[in-house]
Design a protein around this ligand. Structure first.
Ligand SMILES: Cc1cc2nc3c(=O)[nH]c(=O)nc-3n(C[C@H](O)[C@H](O)[C@H](O)COP(=O)(O)O)c2cc1C
Length: 322
């Protein structure tokens, strides 16, 4: 396989098979997808797994496909079942994406699903659902491609959940490219409802974080998720990988990629027991980012009095339970 690597990647190094696999997966992660939970039912047993390999194939006849890892525990049931249902997850269904990305346990516990074609579970709240009859199983390396003919589908007016670079994301419209800052968005009909605290927090976060973006770029290398990961490891040196991934809002795969990139940049060392330690360079990087963040924040907050800031800090600390 020919790999064209980034300048920071030593192409001449003998990469192990695991490194090759990770690099290939990371390259594939540049292709953004939606997220689905694909389900089936056979003889009263249920299967369901998170999958982003779903793709449309043909309009006439209506065909779709997805690929399933041959080592997946759900494979035997998907092989026996004559139908499967593709549940395209909505933006607020990240919990389902995580739940169905783990093997074992009863993944359907507490979910009020309905039985679609062939009994395949259709999950409530999905952005779209495609009930399919299995048409072919195609051998494809360590996966099988399952081709399905759509017998029934429905969709709701919900934004989809997205997946790219090993992280879940939300769709935003492409910003207008302009030298001037974008005009504020004015609703067509002014709302008479008081703003929600969550809405205000979100707007404040978006604007403040946007101002920090040029700094992130100036400080180089560390992407938003790598930045979150390095800061969290510094702050919670004994936290588990699962806890760091959860706090950073990234998938286990995204965390693995971020840790590897941070290790390649010599910001972090993986110890013999698998734990992570920041190097001196890593700690210096975190300190530099923090310094810049404090300076930018000071300018963002300069119009507020000390008393206002004290109250805001108290409220935010209580809301964030920290
Ligand atoms: C965003 C995302 C997309 C995934 N896409 C696929 C996929 O297309 N095919 C696949 O076999 N596994 C995929 N997985 C992994 C499975 O969801 C995961 O291995 C799951 O535990 C399988 O469940 P099972 O072992 O109980 O069958 C994906 C995981 C995530 C987080």
């Amino acid at each position: 396989m020919t790999t064209v690597t980034t300048p920071t990647h030593d192409a001449s190094a003998q990469a192990s098979a695991a490194d090759e696999r990770r690099a290939f997966r990371r390259a594939l992660g540049h292709f953004a997808t939606g997220v689905t939970v694909i389900t089936a039912q056979c003889e009263g047993q249920l299967a369901g797994m998170t999958a982003n390999s779903f793709s449309s194939v043909s309009l006439d006849p209506p065909l779709v496909l997805w690929s399933i890892d041959k080592s997946s525990h759900s494979l035997p049931l998907f092989e026996r079942a004559e139908h499967f249902a593709v549940n395209v997850l909505a933006a607020d269904q990240i919990d389902l994406a995580s739940r169905f990305a783990r093997s074992g346990a009863d993944k359907f516990a507490g979910i009020g699903w309905r039985a679609g074609a062939g009994g395949a579970p259709c999950l409530p709240g999905a952005a779209a659902t495609f009930e399919c009859r299995k048409q072919a199983r195609i051998e494809a390396g360590d996966h099988f491609i399952l081709l399905g003919r759509v017998e029934r589908y429905e969709c709701a007016d919900r934004d989809p959940l997205l997946f790219a670079h090993g992280r879940f994301g939300l769709a935003v419209d492409y910003p207008v490219i302009a030298a001037d800052p974008p005009a504020p968005v004015v609703p067509a009909v002014p709302s008479t409802d008081p703003p929600t605290m969550l809405g205000l927090l979100w707007d404040a976060f978006t604007v403040m974080s946007h101002d920090f973006q040029s700094e992130r770029e100036a400080l180089g290398l560390v992407s938003v998720s790598q930045g979150r990961v390095i800061s969290l490891i510094e702050r919670f040196p004994n936290a588990s990988a699962e806890a760091i991934a959860r706090k950073a809002y990234i998938s286990p795969q995204g965390l693995e990629d971020a840790v590897q990139a941070l290790a390649e940049a010599d910001f972090l060392r993986v110890e013999a027991d698998g734990s992570w330690r920041l190097t001196d360079a890593g700690r210096a990087h975190v300190a530099r980012r923090r310094q810049r963040a404090v300076a930018i924040e000071a300018s963002q907050l300069k119009e507020f009095s000390a008393a206002e800031l004290e109250t805001a800090t108290r409220v935010l600390r209580a809301l964030g339970r920290n």
